[in-house]
Design a protein around this ligand. Structure first.
Ligand code: NAD
Length: 366
């Protein structure tokens, strides 16, 4: 098939099982007929000895230039003083939305059916802003004294402190993103999640800002839920939710809860999106113990590739890839150990064979 458009995309294989998953995903994406010009970039533990950092500047530059990247998971080196590459990418490129569509496909082993919701998690603020004060340090004691005086409430001297900033600016853009997403993909409702009854000036501001933004989208229903109530309802009636928009911490926890609802890490895709760049990646990590074994499930990364196709406006190719993945899952032959009835099932196939199965399905769709 000849096409007018060729997409230049930064391609980061990652480390651990990343390279195997990335290769399987690359083959499947190319089999959709969309033309890619991959800008191969290496990041992670494996490049530290060459560049002195797991995230070299030229990798960031490549994503800034191309505006889009797909990446395999990257190990966070422990005890080296380097921050997580995944966190650094989000900060450096201002990827303020962590997007996690959670959809159940027939054939996936899960206690739940009919789950099809989308999580938009704010990526920079909240308790994850990294503003922390260690217990016992002089500046911590100074801060404790200052706050105790200012707020008129005592804080114990032996406290550690993490600051929770939530801004109108940060909230507006994530809530706008959630509503724009709902419009673009024909979703009916946005639910803002918070604990505004307790944290009036951080979560309360998030809620008030979300309510204000919602008035600009009269075509999309809006509601809010307190995070503890939402957690209970998600395990009782997940089908009642559509698009969820959450501050960083609740978003992190609820994302994993919802990944569990749809069958776990092997099938949970994701993306980190900003106004100028988007990075598509599976929810799971680099599973180092399975490295090089052609064993783990590439579907989460393939579904992330499907999200990338949609982001590029290649909806028809994205639909075909989704149908092909759904068919492979439903048939249950070309699937890895984690999707079989037992983990020791001898009929489980390897990572690259899943790609073969998906490509066969794509070809049979014509
Ligand atoms: P992990 O997701 O790598 O693995 C946890 C377990 O989940 C694995 O042992 C495996 O049993 C299972 N699993 C994960 N992916 C799977 C797949 N595709 N198919 C089948 N089973 C799968 O989590 P971890 O062990 O906590 O983290 C390992 C490393 O990955 C850490 O260094 C962590 O910082 C990093 N990490 C990276 C990312 C990212 O790149 N975005 C995300 C999370 C964790």
């Amino acid at each position: 098939m000849t096409r007018a458009v060729t997409y230049r995309v930064t391609f980061i294989p990652g480390d651990g099982v990343g390279p195997e998953l990335s290769e399987a995903t690359r083959r499947v994406l190319e089999a959709t007929g969309v033309a890619f010009d991959w800008d191969l970039q290496e990041a992670g533990a494996d490049v530290m000895h060459r560049y002195g950092t797991p995230l070299p500047e030229h990798v960031l530059e490549s994503i800034r230039t191309n505006g889009i990247a797909i990446k395999g998971p990257i190990t966070t080196p422990i005890g080296t003083g380097f921050r997580s590459v995944n966190v650094a990418l989000r900060k450096e490129l201002d990827l303020y939305c962590c997007l996690r569509p959670c959809k159940w496909y027939p054939g996936v082993r899960s206690r739940y059916r009919e789950v099809d919701l989308v999580i938009c998690r704010e990526n920079h603020e909240d308790l994850y802003a990294g503003i922390e004060f260690e217990q016992g340090e002089p500046e911590t004691l100074e801060l404790i004294e200052f706050i105790s005086k200012l707020a008129g409430k005592p804080i114990r001297q032996d406290s550690g402190i993490s600051i929770k900033p939530i801004s109108v600016t940060g909230t507006k853009r994530i809530v706008h993103y959630a509503f724009d997403y709902a419009r673009r993909y024909g979703r009916k409702k946005v639910t803002a999640v918070h604990k505004a009854n307790i944290m009036k000036y951080s979560d309360g501001l998030f809620l008030a800002t979300a309510q204000e933004v919602a008035t600009e989208y009269p075509d999309i229903a809006f509601e809010d839920r307190i995070v503890d109530n939402l957690s209970m309802q998600l395990v009782q009636r997940p089908e009642e939710y559509d698009v969820l928009v959450l501050p960083n911490l609740y978003g992190d926890i609820v994302s994993d809860l919802c990944a569990g609802l749809i069958g776990g890490l092997g099938v949970a895709p994701g993306a980190n999106i900003g106004d100028h760049a988007a990075v598509f990646e599976a929810t799971h990590g680099s599973a180092p113990k399975y490295r090089g074994q052609n064993k783990v499930n590439p579907m989460a990364m393939m579904f992330s590739g499907m999200l990338m196709l949609r982001h590029l406006g290649e909806d028809e190719a994205a639909d075909r890839l989704e149908r092909a993945l759904a068919a492979v899952i439903a048939e249950g032959t070309y699937v890895t150990y984690d999707m079989k009835p037992t983990r020791e099932d001898p009929t489980a196939v390897g990572t690259s064979q899943v790609a073969d199965g998906v490509i066969q399905q794509l070809e049979s769709q014509g």
